[in-house]
Ligand binder design. Structure first.
Ligand code: DAK
Length: 259
């Protein structure tokens, strides 16, 4: 497989690991990192050996401290609009719409574009030292990778307004209270906990999990009728081998053995 300059990756026990690897820059997302993220998510999404993905940052200090501010200065209005659209494509089409569960293991600062990347993941867990925020207004910007859309859906409009308008950081405990992260874990146990969650999901039907992700995503997509997506998926699953196996196993009081 390819070597990346800004990412490390691995596949082990059906988990695809994506590690932003710019530790000296606190894993800030430059454009080359975005290119590489696009590539690895395309690869993992289509690789049958990968059943779930863990996204994290190298080191103990940062998940990703935002978009790379050093690249901003020279962008024209048109380039900035295009960069935002490109970020949306990666985060929405490849991470949020991945048929495989994606867990953000937030191991430190998740700021700006870094938090927006975590918001696109299906599940977020954070280490005790994690700090999260959308400080874009302090740079004369607004979140440009979906933060104004996803944060209010996750924590409510009022709390999202306060975080985005003040640009303040919150700690992991506050993020947990707001529902921004599902769990707060000791730093040295963070990845093990993400693995544990994925291994539990892997005992379930893969096709059912993929359809559940699609239906939940549809609930928030103005261009889709979420109820219809759910009904269609529900009907479709009745025709799968996994459904027959799941029900047979239940009736026979045994553990299902999904394809
Ligand atoms: N970009 C580039 N370098 C960064 C960085 C960033 N976002 N964050 C940190 N670094 C670099 C620092 O410059 C420093 O590099 P050297 O000086 O050593 O060369 C190194 O990482 C270590 O950082 P510090 O020395 O500052 O470390 P501290 O522990 O003192 O502070 C900190 C940690 C996270 C509080 C601080 O580094 C910080 O405030 N960082 C900036 C956070 C931030 O404002 N992030 C950007 C948010 S805005 C767009 C789409 C999306 C976005 C924008 C545009 N378009 C479509 C155009 C998104 C914007 C954002 O993400």
């Amino acid at each position: 497989m390819v070597q990346y300059s800004n990412l490390k990756y691995a596949i082990k026990d059906h988990i695809g690991y994506v590690i932003i690897n710019r530790e000296p820059q606190l894993n800030a997302l430059n454009q080359e990192t975005l290119d590489e993220l696009q590539d690895i998510f395309k690869h993992f999404n289509s690789d049958d050996h990968v059943r779930g993905i863990i996204l994290t940052g190298a080191g103990h200090k940062a998940f990703a401290a935002g978009a790379d501010i050093k690249e901003f200065m020279d962008l024209s209005v048109i380039q900035a609009r295009w960069l935002s659209e490109r970020g949306h494509i990666i985060f929405t089409d490849l991470i949020e719409a991945s048929p495989k569960p994606v867990i953000a293991a937030i191991n430190g600062y998740a700021l700006g574009g870094g938090l927006e990347m975590a918001l696109a993941c299906h599940i977020r867990i954070a280490s005790e030292n994690a700090k999260m925020g959308l400080p874009e207004v302090s740079l004369g910007l607004i979140p440009g990778y979906g933060g104004t859309q996803r944060l209010p859906k996750l924590i409510g409009k009022g709390q999202a307004m306060q975080m985005i308008l003040t640009g303040d950081m919150i700690d992991a405990q506050r993020a947990y209270e707001l529902g921004l992260v599902n769990e707060v874990i000791a730093q040295d146990k963070l990845i093990a906990r993400a693995e544990e969650i994925l291994q539990k999901i892997f005992t379930r039907s893969r096709v059912a999990v993929a359809n559940a992700i699609a239906a939940i995503n549809a609930a928030e997509d103005k261009e889709q009728n979420g109820n219809k997506v759910e009904m269609d998926a529900f009907g479709h699953l009745f025709g799968t081998e996994d459904f027959k196996e799941g029900v047979s196993a239940f009736l026979a009081k045994r553990t299902p053995n999904f394809e």
